[in-house]
Design a protein around this ligand. Sequence first.
Ligand SMILES: Cc1ncc(COP(=O)(O)O)c(C=O)c1O
Length: 494
Amino acid sequence: MTTLLERFRGLVHQAVKEAKHESESEAHQIFRDAAGHKPKGLLPQTINPDEETVPGIEHPGSTGVIYCSDRAMANGFTYANAHEWANLGQGAPEVGDIPFAAPRPTSVQFPIDANEYAPTTGVKELREAVANLYNVEYRQGKASQYTYENVCIVPGGRAGLSRVAAVIGSVYTSYQIPDYTAYDQMLSAFKKLVPVPTALDAENQYRLDIKQLRSDIQKQGLQVVLASNPRNPTGQVVRGKELQELVDLGRETSTTLILDEFYSWYIYPNTDAEYGNTVSSAEYIDDVNKDSVIIVNGLTKNWRLPGWRICWVVGPKNLISALSQSGSFLDGGASHPLQIASIPLLRPEYVHSERMALQKHFKAKRDHVLKRLSELGLTVSVPPEATFYIWLNLEGLPPPLNNGLTFFEELLKEKCIVVPGIFFDINPSHRRNLFSSPCHHFIRISFGPPIESLDKGVDAIARVLDRAHKDGMRAFGHGYKPTETDASEHAKHA
Ligand SMILES: Cc1ncc(COP(=O)(O)O)c(C=O)c1O
C-alpha cells in the first residue's frame, strides 16, 4: 500500500508556497464572507455594520451544515439533483431498509384526541416506555429505577439541549473541542451560563481526561459539564470503568453532567459476542433523583428516524419540571401523533434486534470506507470506535490540499460534500487566523449514507488526489464560486 508521503514525494517541490494566513487562501475568504463569520473584536462583541442590516438582529454564525449546503448550492447542488452528489457531510444515518432490520415505518395511526396539544413534558405512555427501556437496558437489579417523572419528551435533540441550556443558571459550563458543532451557538445563545471550552488532545486520542476534568472542576469552579458520548466528530467513546469514574466525579463534586448519548448504539465491537452492547451513563447512576446526570437521546440516530423529531431528556424529577417550564416558551412540545406512534418502537425486544442489525451494517460501512481511504494513502490516525464519523487529518498532503476548507472546496467541484474540521473548533469565526485552529487540517467524513454514496464520495476523493498527482498543486486553491445568499433552501441534515 502506498503512503501519502510516497505518493506525493515527487510533488512536494512543485507544491505551491504554503499559505500561513487565511488572507492568502480563497476558501477561507469565502468562509469569512458568510453572514456572522467576520472576525469579532474583544467582548462585548461589536456589530459589523456591513453585515448586520436588520436593526437589532445579529447573526449567530452558521453551523457547519448550513455553510456546507450553501457552498454545495454555489457549486450546483439542488435537492432535485441530490442523487448525483455524495453527501458525506450528512449528520444523519440512512433512513431506508437495511439488512435484518424491521421495515421502515411509512404511515402512522393515531386517535382523534392526538390532534390536541400534547403536554410539554410529553405523552405519559411514551415517557413510561422510555423509563422502562432504560431500566431494562441499564438498571436491572438496582434499587433506584426511572419512572415517567424522570423523562421529558422533546421535539428533537437540539430542542432538548436548548431546553436544558435555558435552565442552566449563571455558572461555568464546560464543553470540549472538538465536539458537536451546535453546542457552540447553543451555549452562547443562552446568555446566563458562561461557556468554558477545553481542547482535547490528538495525542491522547481526543479522550476526555477525567483527572484533568476533576482538577478543572476544583480549580475553575465548573458546575456543569456537557459532552457528546460517543463523541461527534472523533468517534471516540467513554465507557465501562471510565464512564463509571465520570459519573462518580459528578456525584463527588456536585457537578451536573449533561451527556448527549445520541450515538449510544453506534458502537463497533471487535468480537461477535459484543454485538448488541450499547453505552449509557444510566448504568452507573446510584439514585436516579439524586445523581445530577442529564441524558439526552432520541429516535434521530439510533432509530434512524431524524424526521420524526421525537427525542427525550432523562434525569432527576426536579430537572424534568424545569424542562417543562422552558419547553413551554421555547418549543411547545413534540408532535402528539408521532409521540403515540413512537411507543411501540421503544419495546426492549424491538430495540435489541434493531441495534444488532444497525451495528453489523454500520461496522461494515466503517471498515469499507477506512480500507478505501487507506488504499488512497489516507490513513486515519484515530479510527472511530463509535458514531458514523471519520475525523481525517490531511496534514500529509501537499499544500493547499492539506487544509480542510480547501480540500472541502475541491471536493465540491467533484460533487462530494464533507464538513471542514474548523466547524468543530471553538467558535471558529472569532479566530484572528483560521490557519492556527487545531482543526485546520481536518475534515469530517460521515458514513451515515448508504454504501453506494460512500463509494461515490471516496471516488471523488480519489479524483482530487489523482489530479494533484498528475497536474501538480497549482490547479488547487482558487476558482471557487461565490455563495448565493438565498437562505430558504437550507440543508435538511444536522
Ligand atoms: C451529538 C449530537 N447531538 C444531537 C444531535 C441533533 O439531534 P436532532 O437532529 O434530533 O436535533 C446531533 C446531530 O447531528 C448530534 O451529532
